[in-house]
Design a protein around this ligand. Structure first.
Ligand code: COA
Length: 169
C-alpha cells in the first residue's frame, strides 16, 4: 500500500497526536506539537499517510540563533515521528528530505536539530559547534547539528540557539 506525504490539515490534529505519542512511547512530544501549533510557531508540518491513517509526522518551527550583535533566524526540526510498525522503512527519511526541500523552496536559510548523531548527518546535518552555533544547555556536541539550506548560510551566524518558548528549553 502506498504511503503518501502531504501538508498537515486541520482535521489531522488527533491523528498527529497519536502518532507522536506512539512513536515516542509517551505524550510529551505530542503535547509539545499541540502547544507549538496553538502558539503559531509552525513553519512546516508534514504527515505521511497510509490509506486514511497518519503513520508519520514532522514539524519545523521558527527559532533564532542569538549572537553578540545579531539574531539570525533559524528553523528547528522537532519532533519527527514514525508509527512503530512503520519504522526503519525509510519513512522518517522521506519526511525529513521532503521537509528540507520544502523549506529550501520557501527561502529559509538554516535548520537546527537536536537528535541522533548517527541519523541526521545522512541528510547533510553537521555538528553546529563548528560554526559557533551553541546549544543553551549541556549536550554531547555531536547531537546538536545544523544544516545550511543554501551555500554558506551557516557562516557568520555564531550564537546560541533559542527554540520557541513552548519547548520549555
Ligand atoms: C527516528 C525516526 C523518526 C526515524 O524514522 P524511520 O522511518 O524509522 O527511519 P528511516 O527508515 O528513515 O531510517 C532508519 C534509520 O534511522 C535510524 N534510527 C531509527 N531509530 C533510531 C533510534 N531510536 N536511534 C538511533 N537511530 C535510529 C537508524 O540509523 C536507522 O537505520 P538502520 O535501520 O539502518 O539502523 C523513527 O524511528 C521514530 O519515530 N523514532 C521514535 C521517535 C524519535 O526518536 N524521533 C526522533 C527524535 S530525534
Amino acid at each position: 500500500m502506498t504511503i503518501r506525504t502531504r501538508f498537515e490539515q486541520a482535521s489531522d490534529k488527533n491523528q498527529i497526536y497519536t502518532v507522536n505519542e506512539r512513536a515516542f512511547g509517551q505524550p510529551d512530544e505530542a503535547d509539545l506539537v499541540d502547544r507549538l501549533r496553538a502558539a503559531g510557531r509552525v513553519v512546516l508540518s508534514l504527515v505521511a499517510e497510509k490509506e486514511d491513517k497518519i503513520v508519520g509526522h514532522i514539524l519545523f518551527t521558527a527559532a533564532e540563533i542569538v549572537g553578540d550583535d545579531h539574531t539570525h533566524p533559524a528553523i528547528a526540526l522537532a519532533p519527527v515521528a514514525v508509527a512503530p510498525e512503520h519504522q526503519r522503512k525509510g519513512l522518517g527519511g522521506r519526511l525529513i528530505e521532503q521537509g528540507l526541500a520544502e523549506l529550501t523552496r520557501g527561502g529559509y536559510h538554516r535548520v537546527i536539530v537536536l537528535g541522533h548523531a548517527d541519523y541526521y548527518p545522512r541528510f547533510g546535518f553537521l555538528r553546529a559547534d563548528q560554526y559557533g552555533i551553541l546549544c543553551p544547555f549541556d549536550v554531547p556536541p555531536e547531537v546538536f547539528m545544523a544544516l545550511a539550506l543554501k551555500p554558506d548560510r551557516l557562516e557568520n551566524c555564531a550564537g546560541t540557539m533559542r527554540w520557541a518558548p513552548e519547548f520549555g528549553l
